[in-house]
Design a protein around this ligand. Structure first.
Ligand code: ADP
Ligand code: MG
Length: 233
């Protein structure tokens, strides 16, 4: 379980997160929902300790910053332009569990092969990542998360600008991971898919509006509080 207690984050003058307190129970696929600038990415960055904040974040009762090896993270619009192949890119998920410069074992490579298969990337294994479509590249990043075998997976707007086939493949992979016990947190924009995608939601607009099971929390009243009335005209 993740416990977030009294988190505040400020950037210069902007108070990006205002006293956020909530608990997250796994296994689940939880959506972080809110308008532009609501602090969704900031919340994820606080979880992985790359942003200074006050308050406490615990995973299984211990500070999460001491357990970062149990988290996989894919940033919003991640792109890196190393000249590497799809298969090599996925294998990077195995470091630093394996030592850098140490050759990967047979069983390491079989994890990479399994991830390639699960995400429908077998035919692209030897292609340069620079030659992929957005959806194919996002699948590579999810495959890289998979081989990390982390307990917590954090994805910031993974479906923006990708094709629907990739989106479906990724969602199905995430559901399998959830069923194996993982806690998955996804920053997400498209409200129409929320009930279909998420067991739980966090509605955020600088302050926490609501969090809990989607069927209880994702309602018109809470959406008004999150987005204002503009959403309904
Ligand atoms: P979201 O992901 O919900 O769109 P963010 O967490 O990226 O929102 O940003 C929350 C607020 O903090 C916004 O007002 C944004 O402009 C501001 N902000 C984000 N990152 C920085 C930064 N590095 N420096 C200054 N302000 C920032
Ligand atoms: Mg963001």
């Amino acid at each position: 379980m993740i416990q977030i207690e009294n988190i505040n984050v400020s950037y210069q003058q902007t108070l990006a997160l205002d006293n956020i307190t909530l608990n997250l129970e796994g296994p689940s696929i939880t959506g972080i929902i809110g308008p532009n600038g609501a602090g969704k990415s900031t919340l994820i960055k606080a979880l992985i300790g790359i942003i200074p904040h006050s308050g406490k974040i615990l995973f299984n009762k211990q500070p999460i910053r001491q357990q970062l090896n149990r988290i996989s993270y894919v940033a919003q619009k991640a792109d890196f332009n190393f000249p590497i192949t799809v298969r090599e890119c996925i294998s990077l998920g195995l470091y630093p569990k394996t030592k850098f410069f140490k050759r990967l074992s047979k069983s390491d490579w079989s994890k990479v092969t399994d991830a390639l298969t699960l995400l429908g990337l077998n035919d692209l294994a030897h292609r340069q990542i620079s030659q992929l479509s957005g959806g194919q590249f996002q699948r590579v990043l999810i495959a890289r998360c998979l081989v990390q075998e982390a307990d917590i997976i954090l994805l910031d707007e993974p479906f923006v600008g990708i094709d629907s086939v990739s989106e479906d493949i990724i969602m199905n992979t995430l559901r399998e991971l959830r069923d194996k016990g993982k806690l998955i947190l996804i920053v997400h924009h498209d409200l129409s898919k929320v009930p279909h995608y998420f067991d739980q939601v966090i509605l955020l607009n600088r302050k926490l509006i609501a969090s809990g099971p989607t069927n209880l929390v994702f309602n018109e009243d809470n959406l008004r509080k999150t987005y204002g009335n503009s959403l309904f005209y």
